[in-house]
Design a protein around this ligand. Structure first.
Ligand SMILES: [Zn+2]
Length: 389
């Protein structure tokens, strides 16, 4: 699935600044126990000042300096406004200034000046983010919330006040059993209304997953009313009293559940790639094989290990990448240039080709090269023959 984030990253990956004036700034607010706001402000200030000094020695380009100074100003303001991480991509030569608020970033606050933007931290933070719908339901009330990029927002709430209706109507002195059935019907109608509304939201908008929070004993009243499509995106439910749960509690439960789901997905994908690679099938492992698969257009999903980084050379003419640091391209014999972090180059190419990018933190995967890919096909194998067998 492509999101606006894919588009942004793809666009940023295409930027190349011949005089190395592409600035990437990541700001990760420190937790209060790790640093005081003051310390943090000083850290950002020093970091940017160092970058400016380094730049003064390297040619002192006015436009780059202006970008760095603007980042310094923003950095100073950020320490008061603590909630979110931030990324800034600036390249005055290319008239680019992009700012993004992000969920938590791995690796802390950093600044990077180079010929290309440093995309990996943002890619890690946004590419696999799921848009989650949360419904809190009891017999009279329902709250529907969105959980996206670490933020919880209430979308709507509604109430079918069943007990008041019983009290005010009194059901005209009907016997107790009859009243009970009336209440049961009203509860059922309320739940059905919630389920229908959830299905409507799911049909309007791309929702990656649904979570339902209710009291344990109420679940059997909800489940039969969920549309089969809705059930498919139901990833979990938690046992809460919807009337009592605080936003913090809901957020905690949602993020824990989501982290579990993502870890399971990651592990399943890692096992698939390793298994396929071992039996010489639709998997490739290790940088050299991954580059070959990407250049052959075989790739479906790129798996990047935590902290994976490597230097390669890239042909200035045909774009071929080589893990051996050679001066001439092995394909077309033109000059090559150094690529400091192949991870960023691979992310850029993958996004351009519509390849899914998945970050994994897995020991077995790290030992197997820390980079791999799931392939759509293998160009060096006779697919027709394979399919027939
Ligand atoms: Zn070449």
């Amino acid at each position: 699935m492509t999101t606006p984030w894919h588009e942004e990253l793809r666009h940023l990956a295409e930027v190349e600044s011949p005089d190395s004036s592409a600035v990437t700034f990541y700001f990760q607010p420190e937790t209060p126990q790790n640093a005081s706001h003051r310390e943090e402000a000083i850290l950002v200030k020093d970091m940017v000042r160092d970058a400016i000094r380094k730049e003064e020695r390297n040619g002192n380009r006015k436009t780059l300096r202006a970008d760095l100074e603007r980042i310094q100003e923003i950095g100073e303001m950020l320490h008061g406004n603590h909630s979110r991480a931030k990324a800034i991509f600036a390249c005055a030569d290319k008239k680019i200034w992009r700012e993004f608020d992000l969920p938590a970033l791995d690796g802390g606050t950093r600044i990077h000046v180079n010929s290309r933007f440093w995309l990996k931290p943002m890619a890690v933070a946004v590419l696999e983010v799921k848009h989650c719908l949360i419904a809190l339901v009891d017999s009279e009330k329902a709250r529907i919330l969105d959980y996206y990029m670490g933020e919880l927002t209430e979308r709507e709430r509604f109430e079918d006040d069943i007990s008041r209706k019983v009290r005010s109507d009194g059901f005209g002195g009907l016997e107790a059993g009859h009243v009970e059935r009336h209440v049961e019907n009203d509860v059922m109608r309320h739940v059905k209304r919630v389920a229908d509304r959830l299905f409507e939201i799911q049909s309007e908008k791309k929702i990656d997953c649904l979570m339902i929070g209710c009291r344990q004993e109420f679940w059997p009243d909800i489940e039969p009313h969920l549309h089969p499509y809705l059930k498919k995106s139901l990833v979990g439910r938690f046992n809460v009293d919807p009337g009592l749960a605080t936003p913090q509690e809901i957020q905690e439960m949602a993020s824990t559940l989501l982290a579990e789901i993502q870890l399971n997905e990651q592990q399943a994908r890692v096992r698939e790639v390793i298994g396929e690679a071992q039996r010489n099938g639709r998997g490739s492992l290790g940088l050299r094989h991954v580059i070959t698969s990407l250049e052959r257009g075989e790739m479906q999903t790129l798996l990047l290990g935590q902290n994976f980084s490597a230097r390669v050379v890239q042909c200035t003419h045909c774009g071929h990448m080589d893990t051996r640091i050679v001066e001439k391209c092995a394909v077309c014999e033109h000059d090559t240039r150094h690529v400091d972090d192949v991870a960023d180059a691979l992310i850029g190419i993958a996004l351009r080709m519509g390849v899914q990018v998945l970050h994994v933190d897995d020991e077995e995967f790290a030992n197997a090269g820390n980079i791999g890919a799931l392939l759509r096909f293998r160009a060096d194998q006779n697919t027709a023959e394979k399919l027939a067998s």
